[in-house]
Design a binder for this molecule. Structure first.
Ligand SMILES: Nc1ncnc2c1ncn2[C@@H]1O[C@H](COP(=O)(O)OP(=O)(O)O)[C@@H](O)[C@H]1O
Ligand SMILES: [Mg+2]
Length: 555
């Protein structure tokens, strides 16, 4: 029973018993002196209270210190768990990284092996390792015949053993080819394009039709040589057919031959179809005020009457170059403004090509203004993410996962479609149209500048280039060709109006051009301006005159 009692109870009990013994002993000793007895009792009582208070104090201190110890202990434990968790995460990350590296290494190794095999078949190396599952055509010298061999483990073969191409047993290429659509060349399909309807691209089942609204604003991205510029040329041609007015910024001059279209009226196309082709940095920059003005006019018209003019397309190849121009402009204008501010002159706002693009993509779509831009990447330094995310459609030729993601392609498509188009040739891409359920693999018809000029009936084309109507492939969904444009392609792009004689100003421009002066020099000499609004007006006038001179030259 004593074991069941706690230490505290025992202390209390023994204290009480001792006290009681003391009181009884005193009672017996001082039974005649009650007053002093009472005094003893009082002192003993007070002493007892004192001891109890001290004890309480001790208990409180004890509790507090124990709690503190526990807290410290718990904190130490949490810190330990956290650090263990962190170490485990690091380990996992390291493992994943390693797996990724290993995978990449495997891929490189396979590719290298494949390349060696290809070389081996061309008798360029002495031996090659044949991967598992590949078939090799082996020369049998004894009987002078060829045999086939498939290896279940990688095998080193000598050059003398190989007498034919090494092909994978499961012809992977065939599988891929099945999923990759093919597009006919532009002359073979251009009869499918009408004013109201366009072929967006070719999918496995045939042409995928859409309207101009599907390419309202579009980003074209991909590695060099995959067909970005060709895609732009295709869409320009198709949009011109819908009566669009097109301004082309081509800083690399990849479509320089299109300059002949400047100021031309295009036969057989709606009267609004017009091309302004600019490839020189200065010309591109000087087109900014005119473009902003066009946007403003359209905005005002829309606000006042809810009406829109004909489609207007701004097309930019090599966006990173344009972003670079912007940076240079900013530096140049900042320095100039600083100087002007010091001299008390008005400062000028900095022109920016990317700002024009931003305005077209974000604001101008309801005024039927379009933007199509291409570049190897669309990172935030080139175009703000806000703009990239607002593109209606995107075309991704083969590129890295990261760049495809930056142009706004969903992760699923990156995982499933990107590897497929890697092995396809130029012109095959992932088309992500906002109207469709998801991105698809598509092919763009091959178009050259000559095809384009012939279609627009801008300059005479050689008679043998177009494919006769009878030889055109019968594709799915093809509708009867209404009027194949190539048949009437002999007419140059002159307007029907009769030729007016040259004015004095036009004659002066012609003389200066013949003397080899540049456009800038001529503007400086005649209009005496080097920049600002006056320069823009002068270059517009200059463009009109050169167009007229060109037409006379063609005639
Ligand atoms: N749609 C296409 N179909 C077939 N070949 C194409 C196609 N587009 C491009 N090519 C080929 O790829 C080459 C490079 O195309 P280009 O448009 O200049 O690529 P990028 O602008 O991406 O560098 C072209 O000269 C052409 O031979
Ligand atoms: Mg290009």
């Amino acid at each position: 029973m004593v074991e069941q009692l706690s230490t505290k109870t025992l202390i209390w009990l023994s204290g009480t018993i001792m006290g009681a013994i003391v009181v009884i002993a005193m009672l017996m000793q001082h039974q005649h002196d009650l007053q002093s007895l009472w005094l003893y009792i009082e002192w003993t009582f007070l002493g007892g209270i004192g001891i109890a208070l001290l004890y309480l104090l001790y208990l409180t201190w004890h509790n507090v210190s124990i709690r503190q110890l526990e807290r410290k202990h718990r904190q130490a434990e949490i810190a330990k768990i956290e650090s263990e968790k962190w170490a485990a995460e690091q380990l996992l990350l390291g493992q994943q990284q390693l797996d990724l590296e290993r995978l990449k290494l495997e891929q490189i190794k396979t590719q290298q092996e494949q390349e060696r095999l290809m070389m081996a078949t061309r008798w360029q190396v002495q031996h090659a390792t044949i991967p598992v599952g590949h078939t090799l055509v082996i020369r049998d010298d004894q009987y002078g015949s060829n045999g086939y061999a498939t290896f279940q483990s990688p095998r080193l073969v000598e050059k003398s053993e190989i007498s034919g191409p090494v092909v994978p047993e499961h012809a992977e290429d065939e599988e891929i080819e099945e999923t990759i659509p093919q597009a006919p060349a532009f002359p073979d399909m251009c009869h499918l394009i009408s004013n109201e309807r366009m072929v967006l691209c070719y999918v496995k089942e045939g042409p995928a039709y859409g309207t101009v609204d599907d390419v309202l604003s579009m980003a074209v991205t991909g590695k060099p040589g995959r067909g970005k510029t060709t895609a732009l040329m295709y869409y320009v041609t198709v949009l011109l057919k819908s009566g669009a007015e097109v301004v082309i910024w081509d800083p690399h001059g990849a479509m320089a031959e299109l300059a002949v279209l400047n100021g031309c009226t295009l036969q057989g196309l709606p009267p609004t179809a017009k091309v302004t082709y600019l490839d020189r940095k200065q010309d591109i920059i000087q087109s900014i005020p005119g473009l902003l003005h066009e946007l403003e006019v359209r905005d005002t018209l829309y606000r006042a009457t809810r009406q829109t003019k004909h489609p207007f397309l701004l097309l930019a190849d090599e966006l990173p170059v344009l972003a670079d121009y912007d940076e240079e402009l900013a530096i140049q204008y900042k320095a100039q403004n600083k100087r002007q501010a010091r001299e008390g002159e008005d400062i000028e706002s900095i022109p920016s090509l990317i700002k024009v693009i931003r305005k077209v993509v974000l604001e101008a779509r309801k005024w039927r203004c379009f933007f199509i831009g291409s570049g190897q990447s669309f990172d935030a330094q080139i175009l703000p993410t806000r703009v990239t995310e607002n593109f209606n459609s995107r075309i991704v030729f083969f590129s890295s996962d990261r760049r495809a993601r930056m142009s706004g392609l969903e992760n699923d498509a990156i995982k499933t479609l990107l590897p497929t188009i890697r092995r396809a040739g130029s012109g095959v891409m992932i088309f992500d149209c906002s109207r469709w359920d998801g991105p698809v693999i598509g092919a763009i018809p091959m178009i050259t500048v000559e095809h384009m000029l012939a279609f627009l009936q801008a300059t005479p084309t050689s008679k043998d280039s177009p494919v006769p109507t009878s030889q055109r492939p019968q594709l799915h969904l093809i509708e009867a060709a209404s009027s194949p444009p190539f048949e009437e392609a002999e007419k140059p792009c002159e307007e029907a109006e009769e030729e007016t004689p040259l004015t004095e100003l036009e004659q002066t421009v012609l003389d200066l051009l013949m003397m080899g002066s540049s456009q800038k020099q001529i503007i400086q000499q005649i209009w005496q301006t080097t920049g600002g609004d006056r320069y823009v007006k002068a270059s517009a006038e200059m463009q009109r005159i050169t167009a007229k001179l060109l037409k006379r030259k063609h005639a």
